[in-house]
Design a protein around this ligand. Sequence first.
Ligand code: FAD
Length: 419
Amino acid sequence: MNIAVIGAGIVGICTAYELAMDGHRVTVYEKSASIAEGASFANGGLLAPSLGAVISHPQWPSGALTSWRRLLQTARVGGGTRLEDLRWLITWSRRRSEQDFLAALAANHALLEASMVQLHDIVRRTGLSFDRSEGQLALFATARESERFAPKLKALKQLGVAFKNLSAQEARKLEPGLGAALPVHSAVQFPQDAVGNCRHFAQLLKEAAQAQGVVFCLGTNVQTIAPAAQPGIILETGATPLAFDRIVVCCGSDPSRFMRMAAPHCRRAVVHSQSLSLHLREPLNGPRSAVVDTASQVAIVRLGNRIRVSGGASLGRPMTTSDEQSFRPLYRALNTHFPGAANLREGVQAWTGSSLFIGDGLPLIGQTPLPGVLLNTGHGHNGWGMACGSARLLADLIGNKPTRLDPAAFNPLRFTRTA
Ligand SMILES: Cc1cc2nc3c(=O)[nH]c(=O)nc-3n(C[C@H](O)[C@H](O)[C@H](O)COP(=O)(O)OP(=O)(O)OC[C@H]3O[C@@H](n4cnc5c(N)ncnc54)[C@H](O)[C@@H]3O)c2cc1C
């Protein structure tokens, strides 16, 4: 088939690669001058099949978010917030039954796990070598924090996730750079989780995709999709639709006009988060892999000879990189968790990125109501961890092949209203 992929973030690149591996003719359209310039640019790097990102799971039934105050702490609402974002926030925070919650958690978990398998497969096949490290440590400063986390562990245990409860001493042994003054009550280790440089991987996979015949049209903005029996795309530069057998929209947080067409009833929001990337000053003082502060949801990870600190969630206008105050929680977390590890004076990259979140916490992967138009988007804070698995699932759906995962949970048509 002749297939257009719109968007060259990590999801679009993985999608193009998998489609090309299945023998399709693939053209990728990306409005930026280079790839992985959106949310895939400097994300937290967590490949987290066990825990995923907490904000991606709407309302833990344990009552993690029982009041608006807590809710607003989790996703700060700033100027420029749209009605669409607020609707998502309400859907996202609505208390749901334990059964519904566990079903969504299980679906996300299965996708994250399948994605890790697919990533390893790609690495084995292509020999790609990118910055990565193994294991994730969730830290609790107090007994109360640890207790609040217990229902999540119970749910993960039900899903068969392997983890190890650690004492403060054991946690410090695993991550010897943790600051002596940092209060650590206990920790949980997720040995099968990993950290990887998303952008680096995307760049290498782009080359592998090109070797499979994928054509990249960079600096090419897709204006709209022309729905028809054979769908087409209309570029900013031309009025005549370019016809394809299939069009896959992988536009991350940027697809509002496509989403209005392809998933009109889906509750969604664009959530902005931040990261700091810093050079290691003293490697022994830095993290060995990933440490997540469960109270603040800040992740501190090792990426080769750099440290990346990521966190925050806000609706409305994104913070600018000159908004120093908004990066303060990240600096604070770095200085308390790994004091002296990073060079704070030179080469600090402060970055704000935006992710698309869906009301039920699950991405949209598959056919839309528009003939021949598919979505692969809405991965929230798990897009790197889910990219390879989502791409394989989408390629299997296009090829009418048996899928490793049950696609029903991710079906974009789940939001279609029946009259
Ligand atoms: C601070 C932060 C930390 C994060 N940490 C993690 C983490 O630790 N682990 C994890 O798994 N996930 C993490 N995420 C989420 C993850 O980064 C995203 O889910 C993922 O990058 C989404 O990839 P994508 O390809 O869908 O979107 P993007 O990377 O945003 O790519 C979409 C692309 O589509 C292009 N595009 C849009 N519209 C058009 C158009 N009309 N025509 C042509 N091109 C178009 C854009 O230019 C862009 O390049 C984090 C996100 C942020 C912001």
